[in-house]
Write a protein that binds this ligand. Structure first.
Ligand SMILES: NC(=O)C1=CN([C@@H]2O[C@H](COP(=O)(O)OP(=O)(O)OC[C@H]3O[C@@H](n4cnc5c(N)ncnc54)[C@H](O)[C@@H]3O)[C@@H](O)[C@H]2O)C=CC1
Ligand SMILES: O=C(O)[C@@H]1CCC=N1
Length: 267
């Protein structure tokens, strides 16, 4: 079973590294990457063969498309003449629908749309997958197995993918923004930057593990931290007064809308 990754930037390399970590042999992996220097880097780092997109499509059983949404039309035009019946095409691009892919590939091509995220690099990824109209259970299992090499995978109806993109696809960006802001706040309070960073990072890991392992509602966990008349209450009041909750709602709606717009080919 040969898998070709077309577009090995941040997310393409993340998947490639996960496949290697999970035991796929470099000989079963191919990469199509436009930038020559990047291609050389990946050959060196993973011992994989970097070939043209057309060669990759000719040799692989599964093609994973990890180019920017804006480049997807061009890549599909290149691949369509060489995609064979029985091959699976998996897209990791934000906004790109299975209908868009199917319209540009030979009639009957099995496609799966995936929304991954970058914690996949440390095997803590969250991926959501949706089937195209010519996709059977075996295709979904194959896509699940690819993504399971880097973390958790769920199946969602495709109509939820723009919301998924806004929550878990872009989500790490919001968390890093919060982390960055808390570190900065610690520095303002006079803590050395290294101390502030260690405190914030472990607090985020601890809080994430607590919510996952206890299954408790976040409100319950938050209430346990919030002693009456105490420090947390003082801080949370400021977050509410500065409308941080409302900001998250509009920010995540903007990400959802952007995902929809990408589908319409806007840039
Ligand atoms: N970075 C992230 O957190 C996430 C990214 N994605 C999706 O992954 C896709 C890639 O995103 P990134 O990796 O962040 O972008 P990137 O810009 O780092 O990677 C894209 C790669 O595709 C290559 N490329 C462009 N045209 C090509 C072509 N015709 N043939 C072969 N290679 C070509 C580029 O040289 C580049 O290395 C996007 O569609 C994005 O929506 C999805 C979820 C999360
Ligand atoms: O920002 C983006 O468009 C991509 C998709 C989800 C995360 N990064």
């Amino acid at each position: 079973m040969t898998v070709a990754i077309i577009g090995a930037g941040v997310m393409g390399e993340t998947l490639l590294s996960g496949l290697v970590r999970s035991g796929r042999r470099p000989a079963e992996l191919l990469v199509g990457e436009k930038r020559r220097d990047r291609a050389a880097e990946l050959e060196e780092r993973y011992g994989v063969e970097v070939v043209s997109n057309v060669d990759a499509a000719g040799r692989a059983d599964t093609l994973v498309l990890v180019v920017k949404p804006q480049d997807m039309g061009e890549v599909l035009d290149e691949l369509a003449p060489v995609v064979r019946p029985g091959q699976l095409v998996v897209s990791l691009a934000a906004g790109i629908t299975t209908a868009f892919l199917e319209a540009r590939l030979p009639e009957g091509t099995a496609v799966v749309r995936v929304m991954p995220n970058t914690p996949a690099l440390v095997d803590e990824g969250m991926a959501a997958i949706s089937r195209g109209s010519h996709c059977d259970e075996a295709h979904l299992l194959e896509a699940e197995s690819l993504m399971a090499s880097t973390g958790k995978v769920i199946r969602v109806p495709e109509k939820q993918q723009d919301a998924v993109t806004a929550i878990s696809g872009s989500g790490p960006g919001y968390i890093f923004f919060v982390v960055e802001s808390m570190i900065e706040a610690g520095v303002h309070l006079g803590l050395p930057r290294s101390t502030a960073t260690e405190l914030v990072v472990q607090t985020v890991i601890g809080s994430a593990t607590l919510i996952r392992d206890t299954g408790e509602h976040p409100v319950v966990l938050r209430e346990r931290v919030t002693s009456p008349g105490g420090t947390t209450a003082a801080a949370l009041r400021q977050l509410e007064e500065h409308k941080v909750r409302a900001a998250f709602l509009v920010a995540i709606e903007a990400a959802r809308d952007r995902s929809r717009a990408l589908a319409e080919g806007m840039d």
